[in-house]
Design a protein around this ligand. Sequence first.
Ligand SMILES: [Mg+2]
Length: 362
Amino acid sequence: MKITAVESIRVEIPFGVGVPMPAFLGMGQRTVGTLLIRVDTDTGLTGWGDAFGHSIIPSTQAAFDTLVAPTLIGRDATQGAALVDALARQLNIYGRAGSLMFALAGLDLALHDLAGKAAGLPLHRLLGGARRLRLPAYASLTRYGDPDSVGRMCERAVAQGYRWIKLHEVTVDAVRAARAAIGPEVALMIDTNCPWSQFEAVEMARAFAPFAPAWLEEPCWPPENHAALAHVRRVGGLPIAAGENAITAQAFHDLFTAGAIDIAQPSPAKIGITESLRVFALADACNVALAPHTPYFGPGFLAGLHLHAIRAHTFPVEWLWYDLDATLYGDAIVPRDGHVDVPTGPGLGRDPDPAVIARYRA
Ligand SMILES: [Mg+2]
């Protein structure tokens, strides 16, 4: 199965979040982006990947188009891990985290999609079989900033059937409003995106504790300060989640051996399937739980579903709780009653809708 053509395709789909759009993480604000990686082969099969993503798509697309794509024509698509690992070594001068690695992750996803299609099997069966085909999902809310909006949006998410909600808030007032809105039974997570020093993070963890968060995510800057995270975990009184900024199995190993986290969040569109499986093995050996990071609407989300499915236990699937004008897979990936089904078609299980690509291509 030789690669005959590759292409990166940027899709930008308009969305809303239920209130006037707050500023958060420098994201595109009016649209949410997916960088599709398309790999065609001489068998007639096409694989689809997804390279992270969101506001950094221009950088990832440049890395894919200029560094990765030119090496791929004529290569054997069945040599997935070998091909991606060889490119990672050859291109390591571009860094072991960031756009080049995300471009390789997109390739890794596309090659796994092809491997499943060639075998006539869904990815979860290629990876040893599914333990579950219907997965609980959590509503991952944007950062609203004001407690009234947080409370209202939490109520709306619970009314849609979610039993797990994640905030991207950084104030006690916002977390208090969320807990008041959802009551004691719905699980609440707090993702802070690396704002604080070790000292500040301990203070905030203690302040959040009365609202019983299921985890506190990425409380410390910089994300590679594992000692700070380990200290917050030891004395802050909350389970700690992180991993979306760890881009190699080695980086996860360092998090685990530092005792920094309770819950690991490998991100398929940042590290690929191959590396995610290495992280899973390390996490098992180090008694760390798993919650793959899936704030995507393309093949990266599908890949995340398969990675969840092959495990007897993971935390619920992250679903960015946006009102989207369209998705690449119609309603198939949109959670209903707080659950999402794992696709069972060959490979990742679904191909992106060409009409949606054509309409929203950027
Ligand atoms: Mg996060």
